[in-house]
Design a protein around this ligand. Structure first.
Ligand SMILES: Cc1cc2nc3c(=O)[nH]c(=O)nc-3n(C[C@H](O)[C@H](O)[C@H](O)COP(=O)(O)OP(=O)(O)OC[C@H]3O[C@@H](n4cnc5c(N)ncnc54)[C@H](O)[C@@H]3O)c2cc1C
Length: 530
């Protein structure tokens, strides 16, 4: 049976939760999330939220830093709107119960961290567990809101659109099919406004800082519905992920370098000095490529962040989670350098939206890492993503309110399971999953070439055929849904990378090592024929 809501939100990270709270002022909200409600990239964010709050800082400086990192592809108007509206959204977050770290003995003044590419201290943080604290505060507010119904263990599969139903008139988004992974039933949801807040696609790479939920579902769902997707070639690799068998891709936040940590090689020699004026705090793409080059040059499996100049008391107080994690791996960061490698971290591109989160498909909105507003351009400035999610979720809730439509009385068809039976070849799903992640790491990583990209393209084409065969012939499971999305998101990254005949920001191709300044920079737009 199909259920109707005013708003359907898919995803329970900062974008989905913020939007749900604001949309609930105007109607009933259903919030679907594919695992437990706190399972999100948001929950893992360490460094903090970039926001202009100090008298020594200014909107102009934050805008300038963002544009510089974005390597010519940011939409300056969008950047300015998001940066300008940040302080108001931060105040609301604090009013909701979010607690940011304060400077000691400064009468409640917020402590400001510094991260790569920022010319000023402007990162609001809750020690080194900012995301966990944001998620806690937002989830508590959502739980107290009677107009929001949270449905865990619901994996959104595909959008239901007028075009898919063969209805006349302009296309619009009417609903979503979702798998309830506990009952194993398919549910049909109808809503006036549907928000994709499904986060990014870090799991397409073998090494990533992202948790398991980051399988590119939202981008794949939107692409299949014919919605334009932009700039997927720009995948940010975080330069410093803990290199240890027990480390589970744990992030060594940029804030560690912000507090004086220096990148060194096995011999203890700093290798960033001649690379960039900001040295170890250069923008992430430059640091990641320098680490990649240093590892290739020395043959070492990792490099190190050395913050032994700081006292153990400072490190325990400023980085409690990182300190504890390192110690559990036998690394005392106060006494020895921390071994690190780069890992896939953030999807700068995504579903094309305006600064209100509006997509090209009426009724469909997208906010957060799944979306591409034009803020990040070819490279995200550190800690701008939480800011973007907060500001755009607010704007989307307001914009959608103005567009409230009379619900159309269209009875949505139920999901057709056909003659599907349980898949007994689970090994195929797991093999394909591993293969995609490995080939993306080997062929579509930090440094790319045309030949490697084409090789990846060929392998992905074969995998698509196999996955589609599985998808149509077996009972759909969460693993299969994710695999299908993972393969599509990986293909979008490869196609976008092949389309860009230059190196820019995070996209570095040895066959076109230079930025093409002969014409204005262009977004890479991919859209399925519909
Ligand atoms: C280790 C780490 C550290 C980071 N540090 C920072 C930082 O310091 N500052 C900063 O600005 N950014 C940071 N980031 C990036 C930032 O955390 C994310 O970009 C941001 O949290 C994304 O929020 P979101 O709401 O868009 O998505 P997420 O928080 O990822 O939430 C996505 C939600 O969608 C759900 N979902 C996905 N697919 C489906 C589906 N098919 N059906 C139903 N539900 C679905 C997920 O379960 C999840 O609830 C960090 C990221 C990581 C991984």
């Amino acid at each position: 049976m199909s259920r109707h809501y005013d708003y359907l939100v898919i995803g329970s990270g900062i974008a989905g939760l913020t939007f749900a709270l604001k949309a609930a002022e105007n109607g009933r909200v259903a919030l679907l999330t594919k695992k437990n409600r706190a399972d999100s990239n948001t929950n893992y964010a360490q460094g903090g939220i970039a926001c202009v709050t100090s008298a020594e800082d200014s909107v102009d400086l934050h805008v300038r830093d963002t544009l510089e990192a974005g390597a010519g592809l940011c939409n300056e108007k969008v950047v300015r709107q998001i940066v300008e509206e940040g302080p108001a959204r931060i105040k609301e977050l604090i009013a909701l119960g979010m607690s940011f770290s304060e400077r000691e003995n400064h009468g409640g003044e917020l402590d400001l961290g510094k991260e790569g590419g920022h010319s000023k201290r402007r990162i609001l943080h809750a020690k080194d567990v900012t995301g966990r604290e944001i998620e806690r505060a937002l989830l508590a507010a959502v739980a107290a809101n009677k107009r929001i119904e949270v449905m865990e263990n619901h994996v959104a599969i595909d959008l239901i659109t007028r075009r898919k139903l063969g209805l006349p008139g302009p296309n619009a988004c009417l609903g979503v099919y979702a798998l309830n992974t506990q009952s194993r039933e398919m549910d049909t949801f109808a809503a006036d406004h549907i928000l994709l807040a499904t986060g990014g696609c870090g799991k397409i790479y073998r090494y990533t800082t992202n948790p398991d939920i980051a399988t590119g579902d939202g981008v794949a769902i939107a692409y299949r519905a014919g919605v334009p997707i932009a700039n997927m070639e720009f995948i940010q690799f975080h330069p410093t992920c803990l290199f240890h068998p027990l480390g589970k891709s744990f992030l060594i936040s940029e804030a560690v370098r912000g507090e004086g940590g220096i990148l060194v090689n096995e011999a203890g020699k700093s290798f960033m000095d001649g690379v960039h004026p900001l040295k170890s705090l250069a923008p992430r793409d430059i640091v990641a490529r320098a680490i990649d080059a240093e590892m290739k040059r020395t043959g070492a499996p990792c490099v190190y962040v050395d913050i032994t100049a700081k006292s153990v008391e400072f490190l325990k107080q400023r980085f409690p989670a990182i300190y504890a994690m390192c110690l559990s791996c036998g690394i005392d960061m106060a006494k020895q350098p921390i071994p690190v490698v780069p890992a896939a971290h953030y999807q700068c591109g995504g579903v094309v939206t305006d600064v209100d989160g509006r997509t090209a498909l009426p009724g469909l909105w997208a906010v957060g890492e799944v979306a591409c507003t034009g803020l990040h351009g070819a490279n995200r400035l550190a800690s701008n993503s939480l800011l973007e999610a907060l500001v755009v979720a607010h704007r989307a809730a307001h914009a959608s309110r103005a567009e409230t439509k009379v619900p159309e009385k269209i009875k949505l068809p139920e999901w057709q399971a056909g003659s599907a039976s349980d898949a007994d070849e689970l090994v195929v799903i797991h093999h394909n999953w591993r293969e995609i992640r490995q080939l993306m790491w080997d062929y579509v990583g930090i440094v790319r070439t045309n030949k490697r990209l084409q090789r990846a393209r060929k392998r992905l084409d074969l995998l698509h055929v196999e996955i589609q065969d599985f998808y149509w012939n077996y009972r759909v499971t969460a693993d299969l849904i994710e695999l299908r999305n993972l393969a599509l998101a990986a293909s979008l990254v490869v196609d976008a990378a092949l389309a860009r005949k230059e190196s820019r920001g995070l996209h570095y191709n040895l066959d076109y090592p230079n930025t093409d300044d002969s014409k204005p920079p262009q977004d890479t737009i991919l859209q399925a024929a519909s």
